[in-house]
Design a protein around this ligand. Structure first.
Ligand code: ADP
Ligand code: ASP
Ligand code: MG
Length: 443
């Protein structure tokens, strides 16, 4: 079996849904397929905004969203009944929020889930209208179960066995909702923004798929985000480790958890472009070619805090670090990057909640500085493991560009080298590194 996941941009309008349907037909003619869908492009943002504004009594975004789905159905030559039932349910939920004036985390996830449920219904109906047997399936009906961390739920191990049992019972091509799941009590949860990629790899692992295909709007994973670097180019192959680091450090093209289920079962993940279906895209494999010093891609993240903690009492390094991390853990601060010396540690986080309390607790035994509006720029490549020279080339390129590096970190896998810079400098830093490593301006 092949799992084909279509992202929001690949399902933006009737034309793109039709293009996705023909790709599914083509693959189905060659062997069994399961499809995973995101909400139609932009719908999740609208739903989350709608839920929040409904709490203040404003439900005005509902009507245009309903009309968008109905006109999409009509544009595909389908009756609006493929969306009417779900839209009516959504309207009741949103009006419920407006009349009660409260919005709990689980209601936010519930409202968000209509995006994927609507698109699964539309895509399955579109396939049927073309003569292919297909069923829209909510992932929870296949047995996908998570914990109850609404907005960022963790998948429970039992999901894999349940999905392996349920998938063959679906009639025709299963068109499965990405991103959404349920907890053990049956409450709807979501897997974090961009989480449909993760659903696809979970399904692929459960079904023992031959390949998981992530169909998106760019021709594979590229040497940098093409929205920032016009000269970015596609990468033929990446290792699981390289792709995981890229995703973790901000390459939005794949959700950071996507590679985990694939790694466990050695399932290749291919990133492909719906707008250029003949392009080979990127193949992500357990291993890839390792060439000394070769940087494969540059990722970046923004909106981070940099917290620098310096021990005032010169605790032994091990005791100091343990105490610092204990404080962050106690206040629920999730750390992205760590850079240490014997008596100091710098960390980044993208979530400011819990920071004031953490800083107060840390000040009991250290000096603390917090800087906001920071970003991370990361170069990734298996070749970094073996080459010391890459760091020098990174710092050289950034220094020439006048970008100040505030912290440095090389992850445990040594496949990634990250620098923390001011958010204002992120774009220039990515550009300078891309020129240095990919545009023939090697020194
Ligand atoms: P989808 O709707 O298909 O899930 P996303 O918007 O989540 O699409 O991911 C695709 C986007 O990821 C691209 O349009 C691109 O701007 C962004 N992106 C960031 N880094 C990279 C990268 N290294 N290679 C390719 N795309 C990237
Ligand atoms: N629709 C969800 C989002 O916008 C999930 C996804 O696109 O993968 O985050
Ligand atoms: Mg995505």
């Amino acid at each position: 079996m092949i799992v084909m996941k279509f992202g929001g941009t690949s399902l933006l309008d009737a034309g793109r849904v039709r293009a996705a349907a023909s790709l599914i037909e083509h693959e189905h003619a060659r062997g069994p397929v399961a499809v995973v869908v995101s909400a139609h492009g932009g719908v999740t943002d609208v739903l989350l905004g709608l839920a929040r504004s409904a709490r203040a009594g404003d439900t005005s975004a509902l009507a245009p969203l309903e009309e968008r789905h109905r006109s999409l159905a009509r544009g595909l030559g389908l009756g609006t009944e493929v969306v009417d039932g779900l839209l009516a349910e959504l309207r009741r939920r949103v009006e419920g929020i407006a009349s009660l004036g409260v919005l709990e985390a689980q209601i936010l996830d519930l409202v968000a889930s209509y995006g994927e449920r609507l698109s699964a219904s539309v895509v399955a109906a579109c396939l049927r209208s073309r003569g292919l047997s297909a069923s829209a399936v909510a992932s929870w009906d296949l047995g996908l179960v998570t914990d109850s961390r609404f907005g960022e739920a963790g998948v429970l191990q039992e999901s894999y066995g349940a999905m392996a049992r349920e998938l063959p019972r679906v009639s025709g091509v299963p068109v499965v909702t990405g991103f959404v799941a349920r907890d053990a009590r049956g409450q709807v949860t979501t897997l974090g923004r961009g989480g449909s990629d993760y659903t696809a790899s979970i399904l692929g692992a459960a079904a023992g798929a031959r390949e998981v295909q992530i169909w998106t709007d760019v021709p594979g994973v590229m040497t940098a985000d093409p929205r920032y670097v016009s000269r970015a180019r596609s990468i033929e192959t990446l290792s699981f480790a390289e792709a995981s680091e890229l995703a973790y450090y901000g390459a939005k093209v794949i959700h950071p958890s996507t590679l985990l289920p694939a790694v466990e079962r050695d399932i290749p993940v291919r990133v492909l472009c719906t707008l250029q279906p003949a392009h080979p895209g990127t193949l992500i494999l357990p291993r890839s070619d390792v060439r000394h010093g070769v940087v494969k891609s540059i990722a970046h993240r923004r909106g981070l805090f940099l917290i620098s903690v310096v021990s005032t009492r010169m605790l032994q390094a091990v005791g100091f670090l343990a105490r610092v991390f204990q404080v962050f853990a106690e206040h629920g601060v999730v750390i992205d990057l760590v850079s240490t010396s014997e008596v100091s540690v710098s960390v980044t986080t993208d979530d400011g909640r819990g920071l004031p309390e953490s800083v107060a607790a840390l000040r009991a035994f250290s000096t603390v500085e917090v800087a906001d509006a920071r970003g991370i720029v990361t170069v990734v490549g298996e070749g970094l493991r073996e080459t010391a020279g890459v760091a020098g080339r990174v710092f050289g390129a950034l220094a020439e560009e006048g970008v100040n590096v505030e912290a440095i970190s090389q992850g445990a896998t040594r496949v990634a080298l990250s620098v923390v810079v001011r958010e204002l400098d992120v774009e220039r830093a990515v550009g300078a590194l891309h020129r240095r490593f990919f545009e023939g301006q090697e020194s």
